[in-house]
Design a protein. Sequence first.
Length: 561
Amino acid sequence: MRWKFRPEPEKEKVNQLANALQIDKKLATLLCQRNIETFEEAKKFFRPNLKDLHDPFLMKDMDVAVHRIEKALQNEEQILIYGDYDVDGTTAVSLLYSYLRTLTSNISTYIPDRYDEGYGVSLQGIDFAEDNGFSLIIALDCGIKAIEQVAYAKEKHIDFIICDHHKPGDEIPDAIAILNPKRSDCTYPFKELCGCGVGFKLIQALASKQGETIESLTSYLDLVATAIAADIVPIVGENRILSYFGIQVINKSPRTGIKALLLQTKKRVLTITDVVFTIAPRINAAGRIKHGNAAVELLIENDLDKAISYAEEIESYNKNRRELDAKITEEALEQIKSKKEENNCTTVVYKDIWHKGVIGIVASRLTETYYRPTLVFTKSGDKLAASARSVKGFDVYNALHACEDLLIQFGGHKYAAGLTMKSENYEKFKERFEKVVSETIDKKLLEPEILVDTELEFSEISPKFFKILKQLAPFGPQNMKPVFKSSNVRDNGYGKRVGSDKKHLKLSLFQGENTQTINAIGFGLGEKEPLIKNDFDVVYSLDENEWNGYKSLQLVLKDIQ
C-alpha cells in the first residue's frame, strides 16, 4: 500500500484556528484540511443546524413541481410514486409516500422489478399507471435519461415529475418538472444530494407551502441518512446536516420499519458506517433477491408486529444474498486466475448463471482484491448485464462512455455504474475496455492508497483529544475518519495473530521512552506479524473499544511498514 500524506495547511491558519477554538494544533490541522479555517466555519461544522439548509425553491423547477402536486391534491388525482430498487430509491419512495399520505389517500408506490424491467423508468410501469388511473408519476432516484418513457407517458396523458441526482445526458426528458441539482441550468448551491435528498427537498418545499417548519420534517431524516450512507455521497454541506440529524433519529426514535430492522442486529448505537454495513445491505437485499417492494412495505409500515414480520423476511433475503455473494466471488476469482489476467489494468468476468442481484457486490469484492476497474457480467434475458466498480481516482463512467457504441445502455457515477449489452459484443467490449483503461489510467492508481491526515505522537492521544475527534463525525467522502501515522513504535512482546483463521493482528504498542501501551487491532494484517519484532511505523484510525462495560481507546491499524 502507498501511504500518501494530505497537504499540510499553512501554519499561520492552524495556529489562529487552534487559538480561536482553544484546541490542540493537531485537531486544528484536521479542520483546516477540511477547509474549516475560521471560528464561524468551525461552529457550523461542529454544530449543524437545520436552519442552514438551503431554500428548496432555489432548485430549478421546484416551484413547478410543487404547483403540479398541489393541483393533483386539490383535484384528488391518483399519484404514483416511482423509484429505483436500491437503498436510495426505496428510501426516497418511502419518504415521499410517508409525507404525501398525510395529505391524501390517492397515492401508491411502484418499484420496478430488477429482472423483468431493469433500472430506471420502465414502459411496464407507465402501463401500470395508465391501467390504474394514475395521472401523475413522481420518479425518484431515476428518470433523468428516461426521454422515450416520458414521451410515452405523455401520449397517455400522464404527467411526470423527476427527482434525480444522476448526471444528465445532452438531452433531458420533456417532463413537467425535473429536480436535479446536477442540471447545467440549475443554480442550486449544493450539487451532491442523493436521490432521497432531492426527495427531501421536495417535501421541504411542499411543507413550507403548508406553513410547516423544517423541524416538523425531522422524523423523515432517518431515511435520508440511510440513503446518504448507502449511496456514498460526500458528507459535507447539506449532506452533513441531513446525516447528522438523521443518525440522531435512527438512534433515538427511528420509524417503525427501521426499528424492526435494528432488532435483527446487535448494534445499540449506530454511526453512518454502521448504517452502511447493517441497515443498507438489508434494505438492498429485498431488491437484489426478491423485489424492492418488500423494502418499501417495511419502511412505510406503522404497525411494529407487521414490521418485524417484514424485517424477518428481509433478513432471510440478506442471508441468501451473503451466500450467493461468497459463492460467485469465489468463482470469479478462480476465473481470473485460470485466464492469467491478474496483470491486466482491468478485471472483467462473466458467467451466464450468476445472480444479477449480487454482481455489484461481487464487483466491489474483486476491486478490493485486485484493485482494478472491474466489471462483472451475467445473462439478463437475451442480453448481458454488468455492474462496474472503480478504484479511487479513476472515472469508470467515462471509460464506459468511450465504449458506448458497443452498449445498449449504461448509467451511473464515477466509481459505480451499470450497463446492458448484446452478448456478441462481450469480447470486443472486454478488449476495448482494457485498452481504454490502460491508456488513460495513472498506473499509481492500481496500487491501494492510504491517505494519511497527519503524524501523531502517542503522547498526544488523550481522552480529550478523542472526544473532540468524535465530533468530526458523521464521517464519509470528503470528511473521512482521520488517519494518523506514528513512527518507530514497538510491540510489548505479546503481539499475536488472532481470529479463527489467524488473519488479524492484535498488538499492545508503545513509543519512545514512554512504556505505557495502547492496544491495537489490525484486521487482515496477520501476515505482517514478522514486521513487529523490531521498531516499525503504523497508520491507523482511533476508536473506542468496549469490553465488559469498560471503554478504552484503541488503534485500528490500516497498515504496518
